[in-house]
Design a binder for this molecule. Sequence first.
Ligand code: UDP
Ligand code: MG
Length: 311
Amino acid sequence: MKLSLVVPCYNEQDNVELFYEECVKAFDGKVSDYEFVFVNDGSADDTLAKLKKLYNEKTESNITVVSFSRNFGKESAIYAGLKNSTGDYVSLIDADLQQRPEVVLEMLDVLENEPEYDCVAAYQAKRKEGSVMTGFKKGFYNLINKFSEVKLHADASDFRTFTRPVAEALIDMSEYHRFSKGLFSWVGFNTKFIPYEVQERNAGETKWGFKSLVKYALGGISAFSTKPLNFATYFGLLATCISLIYLIIVIIQRIFFNHAFSGYATIVVLILLFGGLQLFGLGIIGSYLAKTYIQSKNRPIYIAKEILKRD
Ligand code: UDP
Ligand code: MG
């Protein structure tokens, strides 16, 4: 049984060595065969140098280093890691030690002893971020679960361990706009969710600001649902019905009661309202069109400048 650890690294110069040591401590004697697949996602610091040092010095370990030509994002890094992994089991784990390698042992235990499961996902038992962020994330999951065909576990991260068939299924999904949580749900398989305690980041800082999270969330919805596209249809239909009824009222009032309607303010408000709604609808269509456009170019998900691997 071989385990592959897929580790996306972006500006993690102060973490990768400690990460390696902690993993060795946790796995030696417990996991018979394991490999590290580090993906350097275009780091601007010394991450690549540190990874090369590990590769050259720790020859007793099975280490692969994939280095991107620029920053492609965590999702691309995960994809590259999966493609370069060879284990029967694959774990996705961050380089910053927020996710303890000991939890991977728990996950392996489930996969080995409960064969009905193909994937084990860890969820945060207690969220450590502020209540505004927690509320925002909850709202997002409610929204995406309502909108899309895939169902997402609100607290589950992409800290997971799964079998080779799951990894192959994910590799087969070569879409450009990747949203891992949705992909995991889409490919199916039986997933067990186990709680874990998220740790403080060892060094460096998170790459996720509020803005990038909102962008990620909206990307997640449009990647797995086309329901927002129906918005314009439904709303247009509703507005047409209401205005037809109103038109009939106006005609009847004019013919039978000789009553003329006035109202500058009403007209201005209605023009603004419908102008706004039309632009909103167009924007939604535009965002899907943009994704289709990018996907149709069939560009690679990542470009590896260098791959260090021992046979
Ligand atoms: N990461 C990456 N590419 C990016 C951003 C992040 O490979 O563009 C990696 C990062 O090095 C870390 C993991 O993804 O190993 C999670 O990132 P981070 O710790 O910033 O996210 P958080 O834990 O705050 O959600
Ligand atoms: Mg982190």
